[in-house]
Design a protein. Structure first.
Length: 99
């Protein structure tokens, strides 16, 4: 896996599986190194001081939003955006703005 897909997978996992958003994911907060055991490259996320914890309700709605966003179901997408915005507007802003 190359760097962009790996970074997307790491941040996607953080948000969609674990319910956290790293609010400062710029290149200076990403470090690539050789894994100490097998030598394969490893992505290391730095600066863990700026995270937001997503509520379970927001995380679930946000996951559904991404799941349907590629389909032409604008009514469903609009409804999920409203659910996410009501659940935690600052988290919605952080997820959309940074990722």
């Amino acid at each position: 896996m190359t760097f962009p897909p790996r970074a997307a997978a790491v941040f996607g996992d953080m948000i969609h599986v674990h319910g956290f958003v790293h609010c400062d994911p710029h290149p200076g907060n990403l470090f690539v190194r050789a894994h100490p055991e097998d030598g394969r490259w490893q992505l290391v996320v730095l600066d863990h001081g700026m995270y937001r914890r997503l509520t379970p309700q927001f995380r679930a709605a946000y996951c559904r939003l991404w799941k349907v966003s590629h389909r032409p179901q604008t009514i469903v997408v609009a409804r999920l955006c409203r659910v996410c915005a009501r659940a935690h507007s600052c988290c919605m802003h952080a997820c959309v703005r940074r990722i």
